[in-house]
Design a protein around this ligand. Structure first.
Ligand SMILES: CC(C)(COP(=O)(O)OP(=O)(O)OC[C@H]1O[C@@H](n2cnc3c(N)ncnc32)[C@H](O)[C@@H]1OP(=O)(O)O)[C@@H](O)C(=O)NCCC(=O)NCCS
Length: 179
């Protein structure tokens, strides 16, 4: 099975795949970002601890091996700044991008640069001819990312990607780009 590169770059933003040894780094990034993530990410709760982070980074390695998801740490100017990934959870021939950014690094184009690198990597993979970004219709900052990258809005539909989160409407906007 073909997989994207372990490292990706877009301007000053680098992505490197999460490794099982990254649990403490993951915990720090998530803990510092909790208030900012909580409205949109149901997993961002005060229960997030080292065991949860360990489970996440181990799952990243397993998913990568199985080809079901390709999850990366985002670095901005060399500093850990968030997470982004490609997920094989849409129709065949498609991959979906997910992302979040540490609040110290938002508003600087980090999510857009990460999604740009992931889009290019995905469309280079044999058998992948489209990439999607899904976000809750109320998440206007997330919506800017596919808009800035030239994705097309294809659908608005009831969908909860990660279970109910406090700010979620339960209605997602789906954006797509095709090879
Ligand atoms: C959504 C998120 C990933 C954006 O990350 P980022 O690195 O700041 O994104 P970018 O800088 O590339 O672009 C953000 C855009 O949103 C805009 N924006 C920020 N807050 C906004 C708001 N409340 N309403 C409307 N637009 C907003 C910014 O101005 C920027 O647009 P611009 O470049 O046209 O000015 C980040 O805010 C985040 O992690 N949010 C919490 C988790 C989340 O929602 N993840 C996505 C789930 S689908």
């Amino acid at each position: 099975m073909d997989r994207p590169p372990n490292h990706l770059t877009s301007g000053t933003v680098d992505l490197r795949r999460w490794r099982a040894a990254d649990a403490e780094l993951c915990l720090r990034l998530v803990t510092e970002s909790l208030d900012h993530l909580r409205p949109w990410m149901p997993w961002a709760t005060s229960d997030y601890d080292l065991a949860v982070a360990q489970d996440f980074v181990q799952r990243c390695e397993a998913d990568w091996a199985e080809g079901t998801a390709f999850n990366y740490l985002i670095l901005s100017g060399g500093e850990p700044a968030g997470a982004a990934g490609l997920h094989a959870r849409i129709d065949p021939g498609g991959l979906e991008i997910g992302y979040w950014v540490h609040p110290a690094h938002t508003g600087q184009g980090v999510a857009t640069a990460a999604a740009s690198a992931l889009t290019e990597a995905a469309l280079t993979l044999p058998g992948v001819d489209h990439v999607e970004i899904h976000h809750d219709q109320r998440n206007l900052a997330s919506e800017r990312v596919p808009v800035k990258l030239g994705y097309t809005h294809v659908e608005t539909r009831p969908e909860r990607r990660f279970g109910p989160a406090p700010a979620d409407s339960g209605i997602s906007k789906v954006w797509r780009i095709t090879r």
